[in-house]
Structures are given as structure tokens and as C-alpha cells.
Ligand binder design. Structure first.
Ligand code: PMP
Length: 362
């Protein structure tokens, strides 16, 4: 039995039931006397596993039939290149919204392949970050798509609305958001995500793409980076990361048992509110640099007014089993990442620790 809560941003905590099932099946999967890792990816049993995983994801996210789902090797960063390579087309122009480090990385990669317009950036009011609304965006009418990052994992800056961008296909990096809240897939041209947060372990990324957007990529696109080839081969052009696929299947099965996305969202909402409530109650001692309208549901970022207390906080938290609460190396501070696998009890314990800490040192 684990008695720690892991607040890491990703690879992140996994549901204990999933780990136990994986452990129980490690040496003998499906009564075959061997591990799923040892099964051929083209075998009928593995194909069945892959189809079930896709069906579960479709059901959980209500993904319509006119969307293809790709299961690809590599991380979310793989899409920083695949999106422009496959979507820029002859126009070779696209709009990007820059709300933080992951947006910036996507922009830098896309600039290698086309003319990229940064239509809007995160803004600051008294050192508090917020996202300007669409009426202030400077979009390029010739853009092949608009890319944004609905949840910036490092800073915890998030959209709580879907941008209105007219006919231009909306492309979203949902790595730290997917399956944590309801998402209307039909509003998007492409949704992509790395798997190491709400979809299992690191090593894979998924792409949910409207089928009419799968077209001729830039001519120099590597074969494995082509949406059309991957779609044609149902993500089996080459050997996929089979264990990632298996583990995602277990995570999705677990999610369905928990009541699906709506149920997870209700819990995630409560978990986040519990932590933000302590930050707000002890405002001045804890400092949030995110506008309340743009606070992340999954990555809660804050600072201690007295920076010297940050290491004391982290050490104290660790002593009571609250792990990996330090902010990303570029931002410092404290970051509590709470994806679906974080039980509500983890948020309760963190909130209690924060309250006690503020009373003691505030
Ligand atoms: N986008 C976002 C929003 C992320 O949080 C991350 C990783 N934390 C990435 C992209 C990059 O993912 P990967 O390391 O899997 O390439």
C-alpha cells in the first residue's frame, strides 16, 4: 500500500488499481503465459486490445466517427513538428497563441516550416497573468490553422473557454488537460496529447484529427510523421510502443469504472478548489500569479511570499508524504499537479498541510 501522494506534473501519479492490475498481469497476460510486452503487435489479441482502447477513448470523449485517432510513438513535442508538417499545406501560414513555455516550444518548431503569426500572447496586470480574449487577437486570414495550449502545465495558466476562430481549424495541445474535464471534440480540427499525465505512461502521444484535415504533408516530411500514412495503417505502420498502449487501455477502463469524464471533472474541480481556497485565504503568505479566471484545473502554481520558506515548505510536505511539489526549474515556486489519478484525499492532505504551514510561518 502506498502512503504518499505524488504531485508530479508528468510522468504523473497513476491509479493504484491500474498499477496493481499491470503487476498481476505482468508475467501472464490474457492467460497466454507471457507478458503483453512479448506479444506481436500484429497478433489478433493485440489488435483486439488496440481496438478496445480506441473504442474506450471514443466513448469517454464522445469522439465522432469523422475523427481519426492516431496512437503514436514519442511525446507531445512530436506534434510540435507533425502539426505544421501536415497542416500547413500550400499556404504555409498559421496562427499560434503564446500563453507560456509549451506554446513557445510549439511556435519555435513550427517556424522551421512556415510563416507563423503569433496572434496573441499572455498578458500581465500587476504581475498577474491572464489571456486576452479573441477580440484582441490579430489573426491572419490566410492561416491554415490556429494552435493554442489550453492548459500551460508549467505556469498553470489555462483557458476556460474554447476560442471562437470561425472556419479556421483549431489545434489544441491538451497534454495536461485531456480527460480531466468535458471537451467538445467537434469544436476542434486537431487535439493532441502526450500520454504521461491522464493517459498512462510516457512514450506515446495521441492525435484526434478531423478526417478531412488529413492531407498531403510537406514533401520532406518523414514517413512516420505523416498523418496520412499513420491513418492509413491505423497507427501500425511500424512497431508501436505496445506497453504504453496496454497501460492506456487499463487507465481508460479504470476511468469508465469511475463514471467517466463528468465524474472525474467533478472531483478535479473539488480538488483544485480546495487548494485555491487556501491560497486565497492566506493571500499575502501564498501568492498566485494567475488571474482567477485563468487558473488551471490540473496544475496549481503558487509562490511563498517569503521565498526562503519554499524549501522549508517542500521539505515539510515530503515528511508527511506529499511529494514532488516543487515548481518547474524555470519558474521556481510550488506546483501541485493533480490529474485524475490523484485521489481527493491527496488534495485534502495538501490543503491541511498548507493551512498549518501558513499558521505556523505566516
Ligand atoms: N505540451 C504540454 C502542455 C506539456 O505539458 C508537455 C510536457 N509536460 C509537452 C507538451 C511536452 O511533452 P513531451 O515531453 O511528452 O514531448
Amino acid at each position: 500500500m502506498r502512503n504518499v501522494f505524488n504531485f508530479n506534473a508528468g510522468p504523473a501519479m497513476l491509479p493504484q488499481a491500474v498499477l496493481k492490475k499491470a503487476q498481476a498481469e505482468l508475467l501472464d497476460w490474457n492467460g497466454m503465459g507471457m507478458s503483453v510486452m512479448e506479444i506481436g503487435h500484429r497478433s489478433a489479441v493485440f489488435q483486439e486490445l488496440a481496438q478496445q482502447t480506441e473504442a474506450d477513448l471514443r466513448e469517454l470523449m464522445a469522439i465522432p466517427a469523422n475523427y481519426q485517432i492516431l496512437f503514436l510513438a514519442g511525446g507531445a513535442s512530436t506534434q510540435f513538428a507533425m502539426v505544421p508538417l501536415n497542416l500547413l499545406g500550400e499556404r504555409k501560414q498559421a496562427d499560434y497563441i503564446d500563453t507560456g513555455i509549451w506554446s513557445k516550444k510549439a511556435i519555435a518548431e513550427a517556424k522551421r516550416y512556415g510563416n507563423i503569426n503569433v496572434a496573441a500572447e499572455a498578458k500581465y496586470r500587476d504581475q498577474i497573468a491572464f489571456i486576452p480574449k479573441e477580440d484582441q487577437w490579430k489573426m491572419n486570414a490566410a492561416a491554415a490553422y490556429l494552435h493554442y495550449t489550453p492548459n500551460e502545465t508549467i505556469s498553470g495558466l489555462a483557458f476556460h473557454w474554447v476560442p471562437e476562430v470561425g472556419e479556421v481549424p483549431l489545434v489544441a495541445d491538451m497534454t495536461s488537460l485531456i480527460l480531466s474535464c468535458p471537451i467538445d471534440v467537434t469544436r476542434y480540427g486537431v487535439i493532441y496529447a502526450g500520454t504521461q499525465k491522464n493517459l498512462g505512461q510516457a512514450g506515446m502521444n495521441i492525435v484526434i484529427i478531423r478526417k478531412d484535415l488529413i492531407k498531403e504533408p510537406q514533401p520532406f516530411t518523414p514517413t512516420l510523421y505523416r498523418y496520412d500514412i499513420q491513418a492509413e495503417h491505423h497507427s501500425f505502420y511500424n512497431t508501436p510502443p505496445t506497453y504504453c498502449w496496454y497501460l492506456m487501455g487499463l487507465v481508460l477502463e479504470w476511468m469508465k469504472q469511475q463514471g467517466g469524464v463528468e465524474a472525474m471533472y467533478a472531483i478535479n474541480h473539488r480538488k483544485a478548489n480546495k487548494i485555491y481556497a487556501v491560497i486565497d485565504h492566506y493571500a499575502g503568505f501564498y501568492v498566485s500569479r494567475i488571474d482567477p479566471d485563468c487558473r488551471s484545473l490540473t496544475n496549481i502554481m503558487f509562490y511563498l511570499h517569503d521565498e526562503a520558506l519554499t524549501s522549508v515548505f517542500l521539505e515539510g510536505a515530503k515528511e508527511v508524504g506529499l511529494y514532488h511539489l516543487s515548481g518547474h526549474k524555470v519558474s521556481g515556486g510550488i506546483r501541485a499537479s493533480m490529474y485524475n489519478a490523484m485521489p481527493e484525499e491527496g488534495a485534502d492532505q495538501l490543503a491541511a498541510f498548507m493551512t498549518e504551514f501558513a499558521r505556523r510561518y505566516g
